[in-house]
Write a protein that binds this ligand. Structure first.
Ligand SMILES: NC(=O)C1=CN([C@@H]2O[C@H](COP(=O)(O)OP(=O)(O)OC[C@H]3O[C@@H](n4cnc5c(N)ncnc54)[C@H](OP(=O)(O)O)[C@@H]3O)[C@@H](O)[C@H]2O)C=CC1
Ligand SMILES: O=C(O)CCC(=O)C(=O)O
Ligand SMILES: [Mg+2]
Length: 737
């Protein structure tokens, strides 16, 4: 339903574990905010919601929903924006088709996903689905740069209550393998657009016979934009992957591939597909035609492939024969036989590599045994970060979270910066030839000789976001006094263009001596040295390293990235408060459905909530919001001090218990404060009742656990069923109202 008056704060409706948590937490937030006259609305950015909003003409009148993502996308460009953004699914094709099938089963007649669109109608449907695919939400909302760090209280807690860390052996065989050449790193060219060059540009493919195909037209390039072009040779990729498999076998380790098929939704599923083909090379050689006839698309993974060929005994036998020859395989879920190559979105490099590193360089193979692994990260732009981290821990042993300092991040992210905005300008070369960028003035900016299938892309980042990012870095450095490093490699074409912005800006502000500029490998070593010594560092990075480092360091320092404070200072003055830095934890949903225990930690939501109320206070002069915000911070502190975060095991306190404690501490802090007598008086009896009925409430919450539950769906859960599962304490519900 359309909301007529814009709520003060918008909270997002998402998917999986964080959405289940919202069923319990959001009623508490709404009630508390309501007492201060602050309205909290919701906007649906779930993958199911986005599918429904995209295809209204296929739905009955009463099934249609508004396009909330588009509305939020406009809102974040205004100074009024105050959005709490939870992590949402960035769907791979297998996830998207599963969500479509579920919706169809629920009576929503949305069209099938056309795997191989032929008619114009199918092509149009496919284009609409492709806009939902992958990381389709964050780039729309991120109209600002990123400031991610652990709140002081969270960091103190982690030091006092260090999480378990795997041991690193100096002779660990775990390593990172990357292409020796002809990757995106090797082929990168970059330039900053001048006034004479600005205007609508074109990307063209020129075939060997001179025929020109326009791949992209009317592509706006503004003055000051850093524009790159590069490509990955797929011949070089295939030969590298074959070598990496053989090398893994020779090392006696397990093969693991780490990509970001969600955010790099065009390039990385293709790279993933080459890995599937390399792993099953003899099968593709012998049965290529049969596999094609069965509709196999290696980019969708081994799970989809096996589903399509399971009726063909000959192909199945060939797969088994190859598998027997292969090295061990890193598993997503060894109990259920889900391999690294099953689904492109199951192994997401930012979360998967830190998990391996935290475990002491270990992964799990198909028998469920722990072992060393060859971490295959084909492109070399950012792989050195993980390689260097592994070298560091082999030499120095695991990080000690009880004494380690913190690496915060200031990330260049606004307006689809760099690689994460490159999807509309990524192409597979249609044949051998040249791909080139032709500027508005007719000049050729960059060109590359490519071969059929090569993955060519252009990445851009605009001037205003770069300048805003440098300013944010200076602000954070001034406020903290920390070591501050721009993670830029002077020899890399793109980074060299950024350095041309960074150096003069620092000098003009008279702070050049407070900053260092280091290549990612050297910056990794330096930052690990700094935190090992108990000091702090600020990593000032581009968009990809923002993503990678805000999982890597938190997972090592705090045990999870869920507890991160993640603020997006919107360039037009609004605030976007992301919760945590991690994902939507699909494994948590499986556990809830099986045994009604939700181990999702809402610490990210608690932190974001405090920030959002404080922002409302500052930006609108809303003093009651300030009171609520400070009390929310006190409640967050209480959760940490008293260790009220969810446990991982059924029968122990879970996400719902932590929400009870959050409500109670929040009410107690509101009752105790002296800034607003009205709010204190309102919350005093609520705080008392929550305390008096503690035993009953906790018993009611505990009694719910242990049995399977029905949510009425996975992607499109039934809200009343989810509410029933997530709010099992009648006593608590009566107090919250
Ligand atoms: N900002 C966003 O919108 C983001 C969305 N995603 C999406 O999330 C999905 C899963 O991605 P994946 O890379 O597996 O990342 P996740 O962060 O969901 O999973 C990695 C692991 O981190 C732990 N974890 C993460 N958040 C929490 C939390 N709040 N409480 C407790 N533990 C937590 C869990 O460990 P354990 O299982 O050991 O408890 C989890 O299995 C994908 O669909 C992806 O697209 C991913 C990143 C960011
Ligand atoms: O948008 C996504 O898919 C993931 C975002 C992410 O991982 C991050 O920003 O840390
Ligand atoms: Mg991330």
């Amino acid at each position: 339903m359309a909301e007529t008056v814009k709520p003060d704060i918008l909270y997002t409706k998402v998917d999986e574990a964080p959405e289940l948590a919202s069923a319990s937490l959001l009623p508490i937030i709404k009630t508390f905010a309501g007492a201060a006259g602050i309205s909290v609305g919701t906007k649906d950015i779930s993958v199911a919601g986005r599918i429904l909003a995209t295809f209204p003409e296929y739905l009955k009148e009463e099934q249609r929903i508004s396009d909330d993502l588009a509305e939020l996308g406009e809102l974040v460009k205004t100074p009024d924006a105050n959005v709490i953004k939870l992590p949402n699914i960035s769907a791979s094709v297998p996830q998207l088709t599963a969500a479509i099938a579920e919706l169809q089963g629920q009576g929503f007649a949305v069209p099938d996903y056309p795997e191989e669109p032929k008619t114009d109608e199918e092509k149009a449907i496919r284009a609409r689905y492709d806009a939902i695919k992958g990381s389709a939400v964050n780039p729309v909302l991120r109209e600002g740069n990123s400031d991610r760090r652990a709140a002081k209280a969270v960091k103190n807690f982690a030091q006092k209550n260090p999480h378990s860390m795997g041991k690193w052996a100096s002779d660990s065989k775990t390593k990172v393998s990357s292409m020796p050449g002809n990757d995106f790193f090797a082929n990168e060219k970059s330039a900053t657009i001048t006034a004479a060059q600005a205007g609508p540009a074109k990307i063209e493919f020129v075939a060997r016979d001179g025929a020109v195909t326009v791949l992209k037209d009317g592509w706006p390039l503004e003055e000051g934009t850093v524009a790159d072009a590069t490509f990955m040779s797929v011949k070089a990729l295939s030969s590298f992957l074959a070598d990496a498999i053989a090398d893994t076998k020779a090392d006696g380790t397990m093969f693991s591939l780490h990509l970001k098929a969600t955010m790099m939704k065009v390039s990385d599923p293709i790279i993933f597909g080459y890995a599937v083909k390399a792993w099953l090379a003899p099968v593709f050689e012998k049965f290529g035609a049969e596999l094609a006839a069965l509709g196999v698309n290696p980019n969708s993974g081994m799970g989809d492939l096996l589903e399509r060929v399971k009726g063909n005994a000959e192909i199945m036998a060939a797969i088994e024969a190859v598998t027997a020859e292969r090295p061990d395989m890193y598993m997503v879920d060894s109990d259920r036989g889900i391999t690294n190559l099953h689904v492109p979105s199951d192994v997401i490099v930012d979360a998967s590599m830190p998990a391996v590193i935290r475990a002491g360089g270990k992964g799990w193979d198909q028998t469920g045994a722990k072992g060393d692994t060859n971490c295959v990260i084909p492109d070399r732009c950012y792989a050195p970060v993980y390689d260097e981290a592994i070298n560091f821990f082999k030499a120095n042993g695991a990080l000690d979270p009880s004494t380690a300092g913190a690496v915060a991040n200031v990330g260049l992210m606004a307006q689809k910066a760099e690689e994460y905005g490159s999807h509309p300008t990524t192409f597979e070369a249609p044949a051998d030839g040249t791909i080139r960028i032709v500027l508005a003035n007719g000049e050729v900016l960059h060109q590359h000789e490519v071969e059929t299938g090569d993955i060519w892309r252009s990445c851009t980042v605009k001037k205003a976001p770069i300048e805003n990012w440098i300013q944010l870095a200076m602000d954070r450095q001034r406020l903290t006094g920390s070591e501050a490093i721009f993670w830029l490699k002077a020899e890399r074409a793109h980074d060299a263009e950024l350095i041309k912005y960074v150096k003069p800006a620092l000098e003009a502000a008279g702070v050049a001596d407070k900053f260092q500029i280091m290549a990612p490998r050297e910056a990794t070593a330096q930052s690990l040295k700094t935190i090992t010594a108990g000091n702090d560092s600020i990593a000032i990075t581009g968009n990809v390293l923002r993503d990678y480092l805000t999982d890597l360091f938190p997972i090592l320092e705090l045990g999870t990235s869920a507890k991160m404070l993640s603020i997006v200072k919107l360039m037009n003055g609004g605030g976007l408060f992301e919760t945590g830095a991690g994902g939507s934890a699909p494994k948590h949903v499986q556990q809830l459905v099986a045994e009604n225990h939700l181990r999702w930690d809402s610490m990210g939501e608690f932190c974001a909530l405090g920030e959002s109320f404080n922002f409302l206070a500052d930006s609108q002069g809303n003093t009651k919001a300030g009171v609520l915000g400070r009390a929310a911070e006190a409640a967050t502190q209480g959760i940490l001090d008293d260790n009220r975060s969810p446990s991982r095991k059924v029968g122990e306190p879970d996400n719902r218990d932590s929400h009870y404690w959050f409500a109670r501490y929040w009410a107690e802090a509101l009752a105790a404060q002296g800034d607003d007598a009205e709010l204190a008086a309102h919350f005093a009896p609520i705080a008392k009742e929550l305390a008096d009925k503690e035993e009953t409430i906790l018993a009611e919450l505990a009694a719910a656990q242990g049995k399977p539950v029905d949510l009425g769906g996975y992607y499109n859960t039934d809200p009343s069923k989810a509410a029933k599962v997530m709010r099992p304490s009648a006593t608590l519900n009566a107090i919250i109202g």
